[in-house]
Design a protein around this ligand. Structure first.
Ligand code: GDP
Ligand code: MG
Length: 163
């Protein structure tokens, strides 16, 4: 069985861009507006001799009550249930949001391996811009740039390490 990595995070943080990086495909729809990926979306990836499956999800609001957001939350919960490792994506430029806190709370309760990645971190000096994300209580924050392909190899190594 190939290990399954699920990408979770609020809309517009770069999950679909990361999906494309991890699968070297253009299957996921990348958009400048929030919430376009409404369903779970699967792709195959490989690094060296290690193969894996990636699931892209729409933006996630764990407590969404109605309509499209409720459906997206359901899809995301299913993706998380199927995953061996969750990659929680936040926006290094946009900073921490209430929605990030909600998602973190959900993931902490879940108790699955979870990697906190701060995307859009290209050209950032490490340090002060990322310290806020430690508040999420999910341990280390890994800066990446999905758009520029930075930190992706290490992220995959880290995600596959315990599997
Ligand atoms: P999703 O809603 O989380 O799936 O986010 P998308 O992958 O659709 O990306 C949302 C926006 O962020 C798009 O305009 C992307 O081009 C942009 N984006 C994604 N990754 C990066 C990155 O590493 N750096 C920067 N600067 N922008 C990015
Ligand atoms: Mg998307």
């Amino acid at each position: 069985m190939k290990p399954v990595l699920a990408l979770v995070g609020r809309p517009n943080v770069g999950k679909s861009t990361l999906f494309n990086r991890l699968t070297k495909s253009r299957d996921a729809i990348v958009a400048d507006f929030a919430g376009l990926t409404r369903d779970r979306h699967y792709g195959n990836g490989r690094q060296g001799k290690h193969e894996y499956i990636v699931i892209d999800t729409g933006g996630f609001e764990p407590d969404a009550e109605s309509g499209i957001y409720k459906e997206m939350a359901k899809q995301t919960r299913q993706a998380v249930a199927e995953a061996d490792v969750v990659i929680f994506v936040v926006d290094a430029r946009g900073g921490l949001s209430a929605q990030d806190h909600d998602i973190a709370k959900y993931l902490r309760r879940l108790g699955k391996p979870c990697i906190l990645t701060a995307n859009k971190a290209e050209g950032m000096k490490e340090g002060h811009q990322l310290v806020d994300f430690y508040e999420l209580g999910l341990g280390e924050v890994y800066p990446i740039s999905a758009a520029h392909g930075q930190g992706i190899r290490d992220l995959v190594d880290l995600a596959l390490a315990p599997l």
